[in-house]
Design a protein around this ligand. Structure first.
Ligand SMILES: [Zn+2]
Length: 403
């Protein structure tokens, strides 16, 4: 037993190396404690200059950077900005990839200088700013501030796609339900196509349920990113054989199903670019006059064919001259009964031109996806009816007003 006791005592003697290690750990811990934000920024991948840029901001802002994903090219923002809203620049730039960096900085800096303090006082929470910035211009913020519209009165409208800020007072006065107010006041032409007094550009052209017609235009530069050739029989003079992937595949399935019933569908026209639509329109414009042309062909930017989701169908029997009009064929009868099973709707039915603004086009079908096609078919709706019930699927920017 004594032997054991001896060993125990010997081991208890602490070596000086141990003290040195403890001392180093205390010093490192101290540095770590006082530099914890910097260490956090290093881990996120910020370089030394960027760390300094962030660490000179006030503590609340620093914490926001620590919570957010790393901002790329932070130093680039520094060279053009007056203020330090790097995080907002970066988020706004992602929301608006077309806007150049100088305009981004100008927008954000002006917002914080001129409007943010007043919006604070009107009760707008901080986290609504970035949401509003998706589609609000500086003039829109000026309007909110000038009219002193408190958040409590506007918040139900702000979350609706297509809200027009300068119409907010009208919405409130109308006492309609928020969606009804926004659609009927800012877009009366959805229901009454003869009242097209404004033209809006849609900001989210990829949406499957996007409403495109006179008054709602696609950006001239919009080309769907997932176009593919449609693998069904193609009419001889068809130059537009492409559709967006989902629409193309669904149409192929529909065509195969029709074939099983010995019905032969063919494609007459699919995706059409802005320039192709412009060429068609200009052609009509030269032959007739502006009014006649506009009645016969869609204005460039307001043709559904630019979406890559619409098709003009025909049948082998029409191609062979057995029938003159697709609308008279057994293929047509089958398609109007079955298209919704493949996500397509008859876009311009015969007795619905008072709402669609387009006369009967029995050949023109629009892909909206299975779920929505079913809703529209079962309710005997048009796409306009669907939008009136479910809302627009894109924010908009007013480009022209004829008031
Ligand atoms: Zn068409």
């Amino acid at each position: 037993m004594p032997k054991y006791k001896n060993t125990y005592l010997h081991q208890k003697r602490i070596s000086p190396v141990f003290f040195i290690i403890i001392a180093i750990l205390i010093v490192l811990g101290g540095i770590g404690y006082f530099q914890k934000d910097r260490i956090h920024l290093i881990i996120k991948g910020y370089n030394f200059n960027e760390q300094n840029m962030i660490l000179q901001l006030d503590d609340q802002d620093i914490q926001t950077y620590l919570r957010s994903d790393k901002i790329e090219n932070l130093e680039n923002w520094q060279t053009i900005s007056q203020d330090h809203h790097y995080l907002d620049y970066s988020i706004y730039q992602k929301q608006h990839p077309q806007t150049n960096a100088k305009d981004v900085v100008n927008y954000i800096d002006q917002f914080y200088k001129l409007y943010q303090p007043k919006l604070d006082r009107l009760g707008y929470p901080k986290d609504t700013f970035l949401q509003m910035m998706q589609n609000a211009s500086l003039q829109d913020f000026a309007y909110l501030v000038q009219e002193e519209l408190p958040y409590s009165k506007t918040k139900d409208y702000l979350s609706i796609k297509g809200v027009v800020y300068t119409n907010l007072e009208k919405y409130i006065q109308s006492q309609k339900k928020p969606l009804d107010a926004v659609l009927s006041i800012s877009y009366p032409f959805i229901e009454s196509p003869q009242k097209v007094n404004q033209t809006y550009i849609v900001n989210e052209p990829e949406s499957l349920t996007l409403l495109i017609k006179k008054g709602f235009q696609l950006p001239e530069s919009y080309i769907p990113s997932d176009l593919k050739d449609v693998n069904i029989p193609i009419a001889k003079d068809c130059e537009n054989k492409q559709l967006r992937k989902d629409a193309a595949q669904s149409l192929e399935k529909m065509s195969q199903a029709a074939l099983k019933e010995n019905l032969h569908l063919a494609l007459n026209s699919g995706y059409r670019s802005f320039q192709q639509q412009k060429a068609i329109y200009d052609d009509y414009f030269q032959k007739y006059d502006a009014k006649t042309a506009a009645g016969l062909v869609a204005l460039p930017g307001s043709s559904e064919h630019q979406l890559g989701l619409s098709v003009d169908l025909t049948s082998q029997s029409v191609i062979d001259g057995k029938w003159r009009f697709f609308g008279d064929t057994p293929e047509y009868k089958w398609v109007i009964e079955n298209a919704h099973h493949y996500g397509f709707i008859l876009r311009y039915p015969q007795n619905k031109s008072n709402i669609t603004g387009t006369t009967n086009e029995p050949w023109h079908f629009r892909y909206v996806g299975l779920e929505v096609a079913k809703i529209i078919y079962e309710n005997n709706w048009t796409l306009e009816d669907y939008v009136l019930h479910y809302g627009l699927s894109s924010s908009t920017t007013l480009i022209k007003s004829n008031h």
